[in-house]
Design a protein around this ligand. Sequence first.
Ligand code: SF4
Length: 484
Amino acid sequence: MEYINKISFINYLSCPTLGWMAKRSMIPKLNGFNNELLMLEGKNIHKLSLQLSLDAVNARKLTVNDSIVYTKELILNPDVKVICDASFAVEGYSARVDILQRLEDGLWHLLEVKSGSKYKAKYINDMSFISMVLAKLGVNLSKIAILHLSKDYRIGMSISQLFEESDCTEKVKLKSQEFLALSDKAFKDIESENMPQPCLKRKCKNCPVFNVCMGKDVQNHIFDLPGLSILTTDKLVTLGADTIDQIPPDFELTEMQKIVKDCVLTNTTYISKNLKTELKNIKPPFYYLDFESISAIMPLYKDIAPHTQLLTQFSIDRTDEAGNILNHYEYIADHTKNCRREIAEKLIEYLGINGSIITYANFERIAIHKLAKLFPDLSINLKDIAERNVDIELIVRKNYYDINFHGRSSIKKILPVLIPEMDYTSLAIRDGGDAAAVFVFMAMGLFDAEKIEETKKNLLKYCAQDTLAMVKIHQFLINAANCQ
Ligand code: SF4
């Protein structure tokens, strides 16, 4: 029998249809380097947590059923004080527990290992599901806690200094009572032959199966409206307006939402009267700047905390007029060391002292301010650079809308609409998440010299593509503004 696991149950809480689909593995699996890294880092943290209790017995076997049988044996053996990867099943549900510690009088202490660096409310649902399964089996938990990473951990410290415990017994016990009350109905719904009827709600917007469920074959969905608040979504859902053309004429929308609605109803593109003025405020020479960064769970370098974001790479195109590239500068860090200082110095060297520095969104400006804080002797130059920054995404968001943007303004969404001949499909690395992941693989020592050389070339190509995309978008906007 296939049990209902934590993922199916938690998805059921957000939407019964989604829980039903999760049980049948109908939710598309995430793939790509970024996902590979997440899984690898999760496994590594789990392995490290096992070193905390040297007398622990691991209950994991090849199959879930074998693990369940072995866990039962270990629970009944009073000499076993700590069980790792314990598996339980009852009434069609199964749960796996990271660490169970035996206390006196038949009580247990449950510990779940998380790779985050602080307690997060979303962990409570996970733990409450486990607690619900254990409660059904009569396993008595006196303490329930999360082991997360300590921000104070640095390379060279002991494993016990890597983890911090956050007690969440009360919250989990309360929530698991709710889950217990819901469990019979959830079981019936999830195990039913018929999929629970999907219905539009705000959670659909970020649902992994939206395109094959409520968004299937729907043109101009209300989710194409930018900045749609929870309240407005709820009102539209109540009115039965699934698509933009179904929104009543007197329904209150923001200015940008009205523009998007108008574009959809009239099948036109919006170009604001302010676009020309905003573009004139960007002063030549134009520098187009793009950063890449990593945020490894475990520190890769000395004196760095877990989850610290580190810049690893940048690309700059310099033009005197939009589209006319005079210089291209690029930098990629030595993966064996923290290169923040060198990055700061190179930025100062390449970005000169005048002209606008164009970025897509504000990540680069924030990162430059962080460098300025980190290196006081460079702070005046770095702050000057940040002052010259122009966020071209903001200009797009306020002044230009094509219905094929579908309410989005990220570079990956709008580039194929504005510059169809430019895409990322021929590149080995196609998004920032993957760029970060392969850099971390190099820093972890997982690649040989040949693979490192190839990876660095691919990373440079990817970053250069993002920079070139900005050059082209800027040029496109100038042409659009001039054609008005
Ligand atoms: S799209 Fe909406 S109704 Fe469909 S599974 Fe997702 S949340 Fe549920």
